[in-house]
Design a protein. Structure first.
Length: 492
């Protein structure tokens, strides 16, 4: 008790000089966060009003009795309350439009079922209940979802322009701290702008992306000097009690605090927290690549691949004829790749090069760089350039999916020689072979295509495997369609 009292008393004088500055920063942060929260609330309320009016005005033409206004008000209030409870009006690091749309759809469905249940107990209020509920849900889901997409797009754009971001201090200048800084610098849409590190003994290696601003005892000075609003605690050589005191000081200063957990590679999005006294136990539920979930995924892959072949048969035929006229036979380019469990297979593509064979010699790559793009002389035809830019040259891989060699979505397969090299030099590279390789993947829809960071690609691929769900596959599919649409617009 005496030690704790002395520590708190000693800390008080250090906090007094920056009290006014801290209050100003906290007030500014609250205003920025509150402006987006108020905007989201006002927009959702406006969209619910528009949805209710649209449902009411057209109900007569649809032969449905209009819903009583009291139920529309109750439904709208319930939707807003559930959205608030689900954190839709709080500041978030990641702004994800598709996730917000999913929450809107499920929230409006739950709200309309709740109101429908209440109405069943009201005497005489039984006219067209099902039709009214379905109509109200459909309009509100579409209107709210569209509003959320527009709001998220505006917020991401503002963050990329430096508006509404939080100056962020990273505690720990080791490998994980550097990775955190690099990730935040590369993705300003996260809303955290790193200003530097705090570490007494930073890792003595070149390539530090930000300066080391001091040690733990410099926290108040750094916060005041750089206007820090968020602190991310990673790994350092400091003892746990020092880091705990640092977190407590950050909380006393009113700063937001985020922690990168130990063994973060094993942490998934499916976490459960239990306590043994004051000791928290984190349990991460992991997907089993050999379990029933992935077996269902692979069955759906073949069914969807067959449907794609039927629908896209005219496009496949047109591209095959174009390839035949531009480069001759064979139409398909076959290349050995490594898939699930290290198995070798021949991956198919439409040929895009003038020469029949690809170079045998592996290209020299910079450190931590994946192969891709045009290797050696650019021998692409005009059609081949278009196919590469729009990724339509990958379309024949639907046949690989039908044969069970690939999946529609998964880590991209690599050539055998590169696999042997990367498994020796890249952390956790071999883990991506737990599942079938895919035509598109989580890494690709985040821009990791061609000659990009190999370690980043492996990180995203393993995240996909360990957090897999049918919703994640659907999200990747939608993001892929959006990316291909953008490539088509650029090609025009």
């Amino acid at each position: 008790m005496a030690t704790r009292t002395l520590t708190n008393v000693d800390a008080l004088p250090a906090l007094e000089p920056i009290a006014l500055e801290h209050d100003a920063q906290a007030l500014r942060r609250l205003r920025v966060g509150a402006s987006w929260a108020r905007g989201a609330l006002v927009l959702d309320a406006a969209m619910l009003l528009a949805a209710a009016l649209a449902a009411q005005l057209g109900s007569g033409d649809a032969g449905i009795v209009p819903t009583a206004p009291i139920w529309l008000v109750a439904y709208s209030a319930l939707v807003l309350l559930v959205l608030y409870a689900r954190g839709m009006y709080s500041w978030r690091v990641r702004v994800q439009a598709l996730e917000d749309v999913r929450r809107v759809v499920t929230t409006t469905a739950l709200a309309v079922m709740g109101i429908l249940t209440l109405r069943l107990f009201v005497p005489g209020d039984v006219d067209d209940l099902s039709a009214q509920s379905i109509r109200l849900w459909a309009f509100s889901a579409v209107y709210l979802g569209a509003g959320r997409i527009a709001l998220d797009w505006a917020q991401v754009k503002a963050r990329r322009q430096g508006e509404g971001v939080r100056p962020t201090l990273i505690v720990g200048a080791g490998l994980v701290g550097r990775l955190t800084a690099r990730r935040l610098l590369e993705h300003p849409e996260f809303g955290l702008r790193p200003v530097g590190f705090l570490d007494k003994e930073p890792l003595d290696e070149p390539g530090l992306p930000l300066p080391v601003l001091g040690a733990s005892w410099d926290l108040e000075r750094v916060v005041e000097q750089y206007g820090v609003e968020q602190v991310v605690v990673t790994f350092s050589t400091a003892p746990s009690e020092v880091l705990l005191r640092e977190v407590k000081r950050c909380e006393d200063l009113g700063l937001g605090v985020s922690l990168v957990p130990r063994l973060f590679e094993s942490v998934t999005e499916r976490l459960s927290v239990e306590h043994i006294g004051g000791l928290p136990l984190l349990s991460a539920r992991r997907t089993d690549p050999r379990g029933k979930q992935f077996a269902l995924k692979y069955v759906l892959d073949r069914v969807i691949a067959a449907a794609i072949l039927l629908v896209a048969a005219p496009l496949l035929l047109a591209l095959a004829l174009g390839t035949l006229f531009s480069v001759g036979r064979p139409i398909f380019f076959r290349q050995p790749r490594i898939g699930r469990d290290g198995r070798r297979f021949e991956m198919l593509k439409f040929r895009s090069m003038k020469a029949v064979s690809e170079p045998v010699v592996l290209p020299d790559l910079p450190a931590d760089t994946a192969p891709g793009g045009v290797e050696g002389d650019d021998r692409r035809t005009r059609l081949g350039t278009f196919l590469r830019r729009t990724s339509l040259d990958e379309l024949p891989q639907v046949f690989n999916v039908l044969r069970g060699e690939m999946s529609l979505i998964g880590p991209r397969p690599e050539r055998p020689d590169f696999v042997e090299l990367f498994e020796r030099n890249v952390h956790r590279y071999g883990d991506r072979h737990r599942v079938k390789s895919g035509i598109t993947g989580w890494a690709q829809v985040h821009g990791l295509r061609g000659k990009t960071s190999l370690s980043d690609r492996v990180e995203w691929d393993n995240y996909y495997i360990e957090n897999w769900s049918l919703w994640l596959d659907l999200k990747i599919l939608l993001m892929t369609i959006w990316a291909v649409r953008r490539y088509f617009s650029l090609a025009e």
